[in-house]
Design a binder for this molecule. Structure first.
Ligand code: PEP
Ligand code: MG
Length: 544
C-alpha cells in the first residue's frame, strides 16, 4: 500500500482504479484567419507564456537535476526567443493568413527536417529540442481543444493529474470521474469549485508520481482526511468501507431535511440557493431541495469549446434552468471570464496579473456584441421562470449604469422584434473592496447584492486565490473580510435590497449564525451543501 497526502477540496470517499490524465497533443489543421494581427498577438502571448513556464521549470530543475536540466531548458528558452523562428512564424500568419498553431507546426517541422539532415551529431540532437519547444507552444495555443474530452475512460476512475484547468475539468465526462487528485492546484481555484458542484471527493497539492507505478492501480481517495491510498491493504480497505457506510447513514439523516424550511428555532428565516455551472447540475439542485439558483456561473458555458456559444445555445440553457426551477429565483451571472477561466477564441492578450486584468464586466463592456448576445439570451429566457441578471467584478457606479443601459437597449430591441421578455431584477456581485466602499451608492442603483467572498478575500488580502503558496495569506477568516461583508450587508439593508453570499464562505456552517446576525438574507452554495446548511440554520436559536 502507498499513501499520498493532499489538501482536501471536497470530502467523501471514492474507490476505483487510478487513471493518469494525459494532456493530448492537439491535432493541428490549417485555418484561414481574418484577423492576422490578432493571431500574431496570440502567438506572441503564447511565446511569453512558454518562456515563463520554462523559467519556472528551470528553477525547479536546478533543485532536482542540477545544472544539466537547467542547461537544456535554457536552450529551449533561447530557441523560443530566436528572432528567426519568430519572424518565420509571424510571416506565415500575416502573409498566408494561417492560424498560429498551424504556423508554429509548419515552421518547426521545416526546422526539424533541416537539423536532422546535418552531419554534426550535436546539431542533429537539436531537432528534438525544436519539437519540444513547438509542442509546448501548441499546447498553449490549443488549450481549449485539448480540454480532456478526448481521453477515453472505459470505467469510472479516480483521475490523477498534474493540474486541471477549469476548461479541462469542464471537458471531463462527469459520469466517469469518481474523484480527482492533482499534484498542483489551489483550494480556492475554479477547478476546486467545479469539484464541489460535481460533488465528488477531490484533493489538490498531493505529491504523486504520475507514472506507470500508479496508472491503473486500485485506490481509495478519502476526501475528508485528504489521503489517497494506492493498493490499500485489507485492514485499511475495511476501515474505509466502514467509514463510507457511516457517511452514507449521515447523508440519509440529512436527506430527511428535504422539504423543510430554513428557519431557526427562534423563527429567523433565510433563503438557501444553489451555485451551478450549467443545466447539468440541475438534478443535484432538485435532489438537494434548493430554494433557487443564487449563482449560475455562465462563463462555464463558454469554456472547453472552440467558439462562442450562440444566443440560441445560451437561451436553451437559461430557459431549461428557469423552467426546471418552476418559479423559484434563478440568478444568472453574466460572463465572468478571464483570470483562470480562459478560452482561446476570445483572443485575450496575455496579462502579467490576470486576476487584476481584463475580466468580468470589464471585458463585457469592452466587447458589447458578446455582452449583448448573452443579455438577449437571458432576457428571452426570462418569460420561462423567475430570472434575474447579475453583473460580476463591479468596481464603479458607471459600470453598473453602462450594464443597465445595455440591458435596457436589449429589452427595447426584443420588443421591436415582437419577442416578449420580463423587466427582470438586476443585481451585482460585491467582490472587490471598491464595491464594498461604495456599496451605499451601488445599493440605490440595483435590485440586490451577492457577496463573492472568493474574490473579495483575494483582493482584500492581496493574495492570489490560484497560488497554493499563498494559502496561509488567503485567510478567509480575516477580520478585514468580515468587516467588508458587514459594510455591504448594512448598506443593502439601508437601501431595502436583499443581500446574499455566493462565495465559498457562505457554505461554512461555523459562520451561519454570524451571517444571520449580520442580516444576510440569502446563502448560495454548492448543491451538496444545501441540506447541511439547512441543518445549521435549524439548530440555531436566533430570534426573528
Ligand atoms: C466569488 O468570487 O466569491 C464568486 C462567487 O465568484 P467566482 O468564485 O466565480 O469568482
Ligand atoms: Mg468572483
Amino acid at each position: 500500500m502507498r499513501i499520498f497526502r493532499g489538501k482536501s477540496v471536497t470530502d467523501g470517499i471514492a474507490a476505483g482504479r487510478l487513471q493518469i490524465y494525459r494532456k493530448e497533443k492537439p491535432r493541428i489543421s490549417r485555418e484561414t484567419v481574418s484577423d492576422a494581427a490578432g493571431e500574431t498577438a496570440r502567438f506572441k502571448a503564447a511565446v511569453e507564456e512558454a518562456v515563463l513556464q520554462i523559467e519556472q521549470l528551470k528553477s525547479e530543475a536546478l533543485e532536482t537535476t542540477g545544472a544539466s536540466g537547467g542547461e537544456i531548458l535554457e536552450a529551449h528558452r533561447m530557441l523560443l526567443e530566436d528572432e528567426g523562428f519568430k519572424a518565420a512564424v509571424e510571416a506565415e500568419i500575416t502573409q498566408n493568413f494561417s492560424n498560429a498553431g498551424y504556423a508554429v507546426e509548419k515552421v518547426s517541422e521545416s526546422l526539424q527536417r533541416k537539423f536532422s539532415q546535418v552531419d554534426d551529431a550535436y546539431m542533429r540532437e537539436r531537432a528534438a529540442d525544436i519539437k519540444d519547444v513547438a509542442d509546448r507552444l501548441l499546447e498553449i495555443l490549443c488549450r481549449e481543444r485539448n480540454a480532456g474530452s478526448r481521453q477515453v475512460f472505459s470505467e469510472p476512475v479516480i483521475l490523477a493529474a498534474e493540474d486541471l484547468s477549469p476548461s479541462e475539468t469542464i471537458g471531463l465526462p462527469k459520469e466517469k470521474i469518481l474523484a480527482f487528485v492533482t499534484v498542483k492546484g489551489s483550494l480556492y481555484s475554479h477547478t476546486a469549485i467545479l469539484a464541489k458542484s460535481m460533488n465528488i471527493p477531490a484533493l489538490v497539492g498531493a505529491a504523486l508520481p504520475l507514472d506507470e507505478s500508479l496508472d491503473g492501480k486500485p485506490a481509495v481517495l478519502d476526501g475528508e482526511a485528504g489521503i489517497l491510498y494506492v493498493e490499500p491493504d485489507e485492514k485499511t480497505l475495511k476501515e474505509l468501507q466502514e467509514h463510507a457506510k457511516q457517511k452514507e447513514r449521515m447523508r440519509e439523516e440529512i436527506n430527511l431535511l428535504r422539504g423543510k424550511e430554513n428557519i431557526t428555532s427562534g423563527g429567523r428565516k433565510i433563503e438557501i440557493y444553489a451555485n451551478i455551472g450549467g443545466a447539468e447540475d440541475l438534478p443535484a439542485v432538485l435532489e438537494n431541495d434548493a430554494g433557487g439558483i443564487g449563482l449560475l456561473r455562465s462563463e462555464f458555458l463558454y469554456l472547453g469549446r472552440q467558439d462562442y456559444p450562440s444566443e440560441e445555445e445560451q437561451f436553451s440553457v437559461y430557459k431549461k434552468v428557469a423552467e426546471t426551477m418552476a418559479g423559484k429565483p434563478v440568478i444568472i451571472r453574466t460572463l465572468d471570464i478571464g483570470a483562470d477561466k480562459q478560452a482561446s477564441y476570445l483572443k485575450l492578450q496575455k496579462e502579467e496579473n490576470p486576476a487584476m486584468g481584463l475580466r468580468g464586466i470589464r471585458l463585457c463592456l469592452e466587447r458589447p456584441e458578446v455582452f449583448k448576445t448573452q443579455l438577449r439570451a437571458i432576457y428571452r429566457a426570462s418569460v420561462y421562470g423567475n430570472v434575474a441578471v447579475m453583473y460580476p467584478m463591479i468596481i464603479s457606479l458607471k459600470e453598473v449604469q453602462q450594464a443597465k443601459k445595455m440591458a435596457a437597449q436589449v429589452r427595447k430591441e426584443l420588443a421591436e422584434e415582437g419577442i416578449s421578455c420580463e423587466n427582470i431584477r438586476q443585481g451585482i456581485m460585491i467582490e472587490t473592496p471598491a464595491a464594498v466602499m461604495i456599496s451605499a451608492e451601488l445599493a440605490r442603483e440595483v435590485d440586490f447584492f451577492s457577496i463573492g467572498t472568493n474574490d473579495l478575500t483575494q483582493y482584500a488580502l492581496a493574495a492570489d486565490r490560484q497560488n497554493p503558496r499563498l494559502e496561509a495569506f488567503y485567510d478567509k477568516y480575516h477580520p478585514a473580510v468580515f468587516a467588508m461583508i458587514e459594510t455591504a450587508v448594512k448598506n443593502a439593508a439601508a437601501a431595502g435590497i436583499p443581500v446574499g453570499i455566493c462565495g465559498e464562505l457562505g457554505a461554512d456552517t461555523a459562520l451561519t449564525e454570524t451571517f444571520l446576525k449580520m442580516g444576510v438574507t440569502e446563502l448560495s452554495v454548492p448543491p451538496g451543501q444545501i441540506l447541511l446548511l439547512r441543518k445549521a440554520v435549524r439548530e440555531s436559536d436566533l430570534k426573528a
